[in-house]
Design a protein around this ligand. Structure first.
Ligand SMILES: [Ca+2]
Ligand SMILES: [Ca+2]
Length: 343
């Protein structure tokens, strides 16, 4: 009887040990999962703060710019001297020797030499290389790819404060008559995506122009940085009557800007340091110089709004956080953010 009783106790004990072991393994697995999850969350947080470091560094460089009178694609918002190089200043920056990650401030733009191919440009992007949809005259807006007279007029009605229709425009009466009615803004665009609310605009047209438009800036484009599409829009709107001639002028300007290597945004780029560019651009005919003269009210050589696209990267495992922000000078002379988004 004793033997049988002991046997029962043994079997019961074995069962208890087995059940406890299964529980222990389960708890152990859960703890390691939580540890891994919290490392992932920590790394994401570190990546975000690395990206923030990129924004803060860029803001600091903007505030220290010793050449604020003009900005180019290569020296965008910063002053370079000697062996300074935007690549070293902005790319793969580590905060310490033992850093587990880095940040990079750069933006992607199409390579003008091979359409469709995107290049990564180190540093900040000025907003004055684009057309400001809050201030641009209708004549320039309607020269953008895909923008009809009707859309350009509707943009004007969207942003003007009155309810008076432009010819071919659209005011509140139109937007209220839609199946899902909404109010005409009668004020400035708060984001470029707001264009999609304007009569006639659609996603396809928007995709075609989104890289050339902005809501920032005093209204003038920067002749040192402006996209070819922006130059073409203004030159064909105000240059004269001869489209071929205007395209030739634009090519002569961008060729001169690109410098001897023919690449935009490189060290040998030529910079316009005043608006009398017709006396600097080589090979202009009298007619072509006159076209530039007609444009004088629409361009400048400096920029005041800078887009900072900063990526924080943790190396292993690879985790990336991105911040897109826009900075401009405040009354105290420092650059503050007017837009900020984390991705
Ligand atoms: Ca209006
Ligand atoms: Ca160049």
């Amino acid at each position: 009887m004793m033997f049988n009783k002991n046997g029962t106790i043994l079997i019961t004990s074995l069962w208890i040990i087995a059940i406890l072991s299964i529980l222990a393994i389960g708890i152990g697995f859960r703890i390691s999962l939580e540890a891994r999850l919290s490392k992932y969350n920590m790394d994401r947080l570190k990546a975000l703060y690395l990206a923030k470091a990129g924004v803060v560094k860029s803001q600091g460089l903007l505030s220290k710019d010793t050449k604020p009178d003009y900005d180019s694609i290569y020296e965008c918002g910063i002053a370079l001297s000697g062996e300074d190089d935007p690549d070293k200043i902005f790319m793969n920056v580590e905060l310490s020797e033992s850093a587990e990650g880095s940040f990079s401030v750069s933006y992607k733009e199409e390579d003008p030499a091979s359409p469709g191919k995107m290049l990564d440009y180190p540093g900040m992007m000025d907003e004055e290389r684009k057309i400001n949809i809050n201030t641009a005259p209708k004549e320039a807006l309607e020269k953008l790819p895909g923008i009809t007279d009707e859309i350009a007029s509707s943009i004007m009605d969207w942003r003007d404060t009155d309810d008076a229709l432009q010819p071919n425009g659209a005011e509140n009466s139109y937007y209220q008559s839609l199946e899902h009615p909404y109010v005409c803004k009668n004020g400035n665009f708060s984001a470029i995506e707001e264009l999609l609310l304007v009569r006639g605009m659609d996603q396809t047209i928007f995709e075609g122009i989104k890289d050339y438009i902005t809501i920032y800036g005093a209204g003038k484009f920067n002749i040192n940085t402006a996209h070819r599409e922006v130059l073409i829009a203004f030159f064909t709107a105000f240059g004269g009557a001869d489209r071929t001639l205007e395209e030739t002028v634009v090519d002569k300007i961008t060729n001169y800007r690109n410098g001897t290597d023919g690449q935009k945004g490189t060290k040998d780029d030529n910079i316009f340091i005043d608006t009398n560019i017709e006396s600097v651009v080589p090979g202009l005919s009298a007619n072509e110089a006159a076209i530039i003269g007609n444009l004088k009210n629409y361009f400048t050589i400096e920029s005041n709004y800078f887009r900072i696209e900063s990526k924080g990267i943790i190396d292993r495992p690879k985790i990336e956080k991105r911040i897109v922000s826009v900075a401009t000078k405040n009354d105290g002379g420092n650059f503050e953010l007017v837009s900020y988004r984390e991705y």
